[in-house]
Design a protein around this ligand. Sequence first.
Ligand code: CA
Length: 233
Amino acid sequence: MTAKILIVEDESKIADLLRLWLEQASYTCVTATSGLEALQMFYYARPSLVILDIALPQMDGWKVCERIREMSDVPIMMLTAKTDEADKVRGLGMGADDYVTKPFSFPELVARVQALLRRASRPATGELNGKVQIYQQADLWLDTTNHQATLHGKELKLTRTEFKLLAFLVQHAGQLLSHNQILEAVWGPTYRDELDSLRMYIRNLRRKLEEDHGDHHYIETEHGIGYRFVKTS
Ligand code: CA
C-alpha cells in the first residue's frame, strides 16, 4: 500500500507539479486549496503526511497545523515563500516536522517527504519517563533509568542536566530542534529565553563527546534556529 499525501496549496501550478512528482515517486495524493478544505480532507482522507502551504485563503497554514496537531501526530511539512528564520522557528515550534522555502527543488522535496515518512514509521523511542531505555547512535549508549551514558565503552561523566539534554537530542536524532523546543523540554517552559545557558551546555556536551574523537561531530548547529543530533542510522 502506498502512502497517501495531502497537498494543501492554493497555487494550482505548484500543487499540480507537487502531485506529479509525488505520484511519480508512487505516492497517492489528495489536494486542498484552502485551510478549511485542508481540515475536511484531513478528516476524510486520513493522509500519512501533509504538505502545507502557509499563505492560504480562509485559514492560514499555521492555524491548520495547530488544528491537525490537536488530533494527530502525522508528519507535517510546511511550504512557504517566506525566508524569515523567525517563521522557521515558529513552524517547528507549532508542531511542523520540516520546512521548505519556495522556490524549492522538487527532487529534494520528494527526498524529504521520504525521510519524514521513514521517520514516522519507526516506533516511538519514548520519553524520559524512567523506564529502561537505551538509545544507541553508533557508539553512544544512554540508559535513562540509571542516568548513565557510555561512549566507546567508557562511562561519560555528565551532570544531570547534560544527561537530560543529550537524551532529548538523541531521542530526536536527525531532527532539527529549535532553541525553544530544547529549552522547554529540558529546562521547562519558563526557560524559553535562556539561550546563553543552552549554548553553554551544548558547548560542554560537545567537549565531552568529542574529547577523544574530535573528528566526529555529534551535534550540528543551525544558526539562529537550533540544533540537530547527527543521525548515524
Ligand atoms: Ca499560497
